[in-house]
Design a protein around this ligand. Sequence first.
Ligand SMILES: *Cc1c(COP(=O)(O)O)cnc(C)c1O
Length: 376
Amino acid sequence: MSRVPVALERRSGAVRPPTLQTLPVAVTANVARVRARTASTIMAVVKADGYGHGAVTVARAAVAAGAGWLGTTSVAEACALRAAGLAVPILTWLHPYGIDAEAAVAAGVDVAVGSVDELDALVARAPSTVRVHLHMDTGMSRGGCPRGQWDELIGLAQRGQQIGRVSVGGVMGHLALADRADPAANAAAVAGMREARRAVRAAGLGTPPAHLAATSGTLTDPATHFDMVRVGAGLVGIDPSETVEMRGASRLTATIVHTTAAAAGTPVGYSGAYVTDRATHLSVLPVGYADGIPRECSSQAGVEIRGRRFPVVGRVSMDQIVIDTGAASFPAGTTATVFGPDGGATPSVQDWARWAGTIPHTIVTGIGPRVKRTTA
Ligand SMILES: *Cc1c(COP(=O)(O)O)cnc(C)c1O
């Protein structure tokens, strides 16, 4: 049998589409790291398609690893999780398209209500009993019922529960300052949460689960844990407090589409923003800012190819970036890792965030639709 020489095989390597691979084992490991910090129930927050990692994939891994609840920002997202067979309790908040109470009841999904008006509409029109979590503003001024209206909200919930339109299934707040990893910064919100819980109990609404913390509160301040913690970023390897190393849960790869030798003094890309300072090799990767490569990234940015880091040079284009590989010449089809959890020469999502002057969340949620998704 004739064999294709290795050199030829390499030269004709197949160009494959850019791929974002989700790594459920990393989600499993991250849930374990969260579990090591808290005995409270873990809600796996999978909004924004599981922070770009695939909501169903992340949810399944998190639930298998012990998460007892799921969280999303719309009832439609929750219904998609139900359709995928996820049976644990789900809470939705924000409701950018309004609360579809019928769908929430049909799918057995809890909804957070953050204003008297929102609750009023449910009490007036709920088709049958909707389970609500009273969302109190505990210091963020972004969502949740302002403190001056807590009594009114609780009173309305009490009446709504009496007539069977709603039942109170939880009380929630949110931390604005937990990324500081300083319990003193959370103290006012913790006190507010306790007060809200007392007021709910005093109104005869029992002691439904109270929840306040997201990833950073969970990892850094036990006083914020209450009955349940809502962890999103941590599932996919991001600790916004930057105190605990979590495991990156995705790997973005692209294969080189072509490589050229370039003389010293060759301008690269739009505006010739980079000029080669020596004879070198330039490789093109078919990912650009439309795929989520931040155009703002600094000259530090790089990718991994065969165990070595090579810089991204010149402007990030819409559909492509150029890599300067120096003396090395990689044939088309060679795989480059843009980011991944592997360490060493492979950049992390956090590296890209630093190069772009942003947070890791925007990198993972910004991967464009034409990047192929797979699961390891
Ligand atoms: C997104 C979100 C969370 C999860 O936050 P992470 O920092 O990603 O863990 C928790 N609660 C609410 C209300 C959220 O919107």
